[in-house]
Design a protein around this ligand. Structure first.
Ligand SMILES: [Zn+2]
Length: 289
């Protein structure tokens, strides 16, 4: 099953609430995923809106994710408490919405070694996960791969934390992976390697952020529209179709839903190429399996 959506309320959606964005995502864009952004400071969502999000997304099969505020540091004992607060605030709302994950940026090395940072992050993520259990929050913690050298979270590190802490899943930000390795995602083999690495986690689904990205010396500078970046979509799509992976592709491009729909069209084009037909639905892979 392929799921496609965008991070945030679609730019072309007149209503500016998450509720408006969700309905628009389904009815106008014909997409089946959305990531709700609680990224800039704390965001308030009334229970009523959260309840609507839950019911609507379940009835219409739209998968929801929530992105917690950007500045989080699970590697620093002084900052961890405030980070927990921000994550839990997002997670409680995510749970009310029935969101699958609450997406978190793990933290910074600071002056610690990579190993020591990893240990701290594992320790604090375990703590966080036990609070989730105590509060009966069913939404999973999604740890995102990060695109700058000084920030904890290359793919191997994220996998290691996920394999050490129950209830934590990786959010593979392909733009970040691509930036961090200075543009290494080009061919099918490059994307295959990502799925190979993830195998040890025995995941039932993969959540990926997709965007074009400008980078320099292994550091992300800023996001670009997919077509303006140098990470090709076609080899990724081929790998997903070849293996029938359950993948959610969330556009984080500055063009948001425009690029989400572009991904949808690229997936459908790849399906048509395989079936020889003139129509395809990205949700229906039966004919090519
Ligand atoms: Zn993020």
């Amino acid at each position: 099953m392929i799921r496609i959506g965008q991070a945030g309320i679609p730019l072309s959606c007149k209503g500016r609430t998450n509720k408006d964005g969700l309905v628009y995502t389904k009815e106008i864009l014909d997409l089946n995923s959305m990531e709700v952004q609680f990224v800039r400071g704390l965001y308030v969502m009334e229970d009523e809106e959260a309840q609507f999000m839950k019911e609507y997304s379940q009835e219409n099969d739209v998968e929801l994710h929530v992105h917690a505020p950007y500045y989080i540091n699970l590697a620093d004992d002084e900052e961890v408490e405030f980070s927990f607060e921000k994550i839990l605030f997002s997670a409680r709302l995510a749970d009310k919405m029935g969101a699958k994950t609450v997406i978190v940026h793990p933290g910074y090395y600071g002056d610690k070694s990579e190993r020591k940072t990893l240990k701290k992050i594992v320790k604090n993520t375990k703590k966080l996960s036990s609070i989730f259990r105590k509060e009966k929050i069913k939404t999973k913690i999604g740890l995102e791969t990060m695109g700058k050298q000084k920030v904890f979270g290359d793919l191997d590190e994220i996998i290691e934390v996920c394999s050490s802490v129950k209830g934590v899943v990786p959010i593979v930000d392909l733009g970040h992976v691509h930036a961090r390795c200075n543009g290494c995602l080009k061919k099918q083999e490059d994307f295959k390697e990502i799925f190979e690495k993830l195998k040890t986690l025995k995941l039932e689904y993969y959540i990926m952020h997709v965007t074009g990205v400008l980078y320099e010396n292994g550091n992300e500078q800023y996001h670009l529209p997919i077509k303006k970046g140098d990470m090709p979509l076609a080899p990724l799509i081929e790998v997903i179709l070849d293996n029938n992976y359950n993948v959610t592709l969330i556009s984080e491009s500055p063009l948001l839903e425009h690029d989400a729909v572009y991904m949808r069209l690229q997936v459908e084009k790849a399906i048509m190429k395989r079936t020889g037909k003139e129509e395809a639905d990205y949700r229906d892979l039966l004919e090519i399996l």
